[in-house]
Write a protein that binds this ligand. Sequence first.
Ligand code: PLP
Length: 374
Amino acid sequence: MSKILQVFKPKFRTEEILIEIRECLDRGWSGMGYKTDLFEQEWSNYSGFKNAHFINSATSGLHLAINIFKKKYGWQDGEEIITTALTFVSTNHAIMYERMTPVFADVDQSLCLDPKSVECLITKKTRAVIFVGIGGNAENYKQVAALCKQYGLVLILDAAHMAGTKWKINGHHVGLDSDCAVFSYQAVKNCPSGDAGMICFREKDMDQTARKLSWLGIDKSTFDRFTESSYKWKYDVTDIGYKYHGNSIMASLCRVALKYLDSDNDYRRSLADAYIDGLEHNPNIKIIYHSQEILSSRHTFQILVDDRDALIEKLSSNSIYCGVHYLANNKFDVYSKFKSNSTNAELYAGKLVSLPLHMDVTSEDIQRVLELLK
Ligand SMILES: *Cc1c(COP(=O)(O)O)cnc(C)c1O
């Protein structure tokens, strides 16, 4: 029986994580604070995002981002946010939670938003663009960011795949100039926990709002001056917030994962390179390349093939399991009524395959996949 290769599989450094978790348990503190504070600081130091608030998922973070911008800038229900159809539904659900209207721009061969398509769809009602760094890629990011500047639109970065994606030229993390970047530390993402995320606003005041709203709208700051006194238990509730903050158990997993993020991403890139070497000259397979300007986190390795079902069937009969990232969201029942210019996205959605890429894949495994693909 040959080794089973899943498309994704988290690598946990169990012993190190257990030390972190034991500290939480011994101290009697598994909730918000303690390790979440430490991890926020560590993520900020690592990534350069000045404001980093640890939350329970990227889905929560995307919702919070739109909720906060909407209130801050007075966006109205029904106003538009330009987005992509080639993403996990979280990205677009976040728009719907706030009763805004998703407008689906097309992607180009990188699977990232095509700036030309984005520009065509900008109207008087457009308020923001959500850029998804699919697979860790950042192709067209600068062009989309420039469009947002030019038209006065908010740029939200769905960085769920992008933990550790950096510009080659200066080593800076991609997205520092976005209005808000949201990371996922879900189990199969690059800095894995169980479920967690980080919301990184560029502006400090929005970060403070996020901290309040992620904890049900509870505002302790009014009473900060009393912290030495008997008023510790007092607080006001200024908003109907959410229960979106992270906890110290998840932060324990993230703290250990972060130590290995760069080296794990190096390894992922080496696997991607091995796939590229083996597939470059195959006329029936089109590789999705990542931008030359970045060190991609390489969350995924994606190809396009005409007969996807046959390929997935062949590989799975050899215990190799692929993924599809993603089905075109504009074709889902709940999104089918919205404006969409997604010709490429729909075409690609019918041909995309993600090959196994994670820390438990070896170069021998890649050779086995390549043999079968041939
Ligand atoms: C995984 C994912 C999310 C959601 O992340 P969670 O932390 O699981 O909520 C959002 N967007 C994209 C593109 C994703 O892949």
